[in-house]
Design a protein around this ligand. Sequence first.
Ligand SMILES: C[S@@+](CC[C@H](N)C(=O)[O-])C[C@H]1O[C@@H](n2cnc3c(N)ncnc32)[C@H](O)[C@@H]1O
Length: 270
Amino acid sequence: MTRTQRPQGEITRGTTAPNRLRRIDRWIAATQRQALRAVPGPLAVDLGYGASPITTVELYERLRAVSPDLDVTGIEIDPDRVARGVAHLAAHPRPGLTFRRGGFELPVDRPPVLIRALNVLRQYDEPAAWRAWDGLRARLHPAGVLVEGTCDEIGRRATWTTLGPEGPRTLTLAAHLPTLERPSDLAERLPKTLIHRNVPGERIHAFLTAFDHAWATTSPYSAFGPRSHWIAAVRLLATTHPVHTHPPHGAHPRWRLGEITVPWPTVAPR
Ligand SMILES: C[S@@+](CC[C@H](N)C(=O)[O-])C[C@H]1O[C@@H](n2cnc3c(N)ncnc32)[C@H](O)[C@@H]1O
């Protein structure tokens, strides 16, 4: 970006909170290591970090544990929020962590192996969200991944998609199980590209309906706790719903955390 170019995008609400993105970060650290270590000197971008730089700092701490030479750049379109990030770093310097003003054009010096954009696109309209997906994945390193999604205020309910340079790959739903009544409660946290598609005739609607059905059928497992109930429902779903042609990823170690990840064709808009 030159000095005269405006960053691409709009300043939107800056709501954020410590640990809000913990589920997403842990999932990235556990499942995306290959991308995070794809090149020497890998770069991760946190796009739209909000009113405080805290979730970018947390991303840096969590991902450096699995990719020790990872650089992390927090990008914000609001200059006041960038100033807050820079001031935070001056007080608490961390090698390889930077904050910078910018937008969807991503003002960085090399293609990122990871772009995390959480709670950013929800404030755009659906066509703009699709355009942002296309623009961001075109800026990835060939081995890189875009993680785009939404969560509630304290991160108890979250959904996110992954995209490679070639297009969307997966959708993940994750919940704090003791406070979840049924899987479709997560519908209100769907990414912008899916939230308006949760209507009869669309795959995401069929998927959530089948998940609720599996949840109801396996309700006796709740006697062993919400985690057992979730695992039983995911197992049943994998054998009953059309999802069986695209079985959930991750298996037991991820499911026990209240997650399910399905391939994009399971939920892709028609
Ligand atoms: C709701 S906050 C999300 C903060 C943090 N990612 C989180 O999930 O807690 C969204 C932020 O994204 C920023 N934003 C929106 N569009 C952007 C764009 N195109 N480029 C950079 N930042 C953007 C907004 O200014 C706002 O601060």
